[in-house]
Design a protein around this ligand. Sequence first.
Ligand SMILES: [Zn+2]
Length: 72
Amino acid sequence: MKLYLDFEPCAECKEMMAALSSPEMLFADEKTRADESAKFLRHLTYNHTEVLQAVMEDLPKQKKDQEPDFYQ
Ligand SMILES: [Zn+2]
């Protein structure tokens, strides 16, 4: 999941990014990964709106099937 953007992550962000890139998560099932991604996006929505905006602007440039987590 490509979310390592140029911004100042808060403690919660770091925690979630670490969780998302942990080996446990890599081997987790689809739903668990989707849930974690959704949680992180929700956090961005409420706490880092400028980041979310950058993500959304970046999305159309990428192939949608490469970032399925965004659409769940
Ligand atoms: Zn944060």
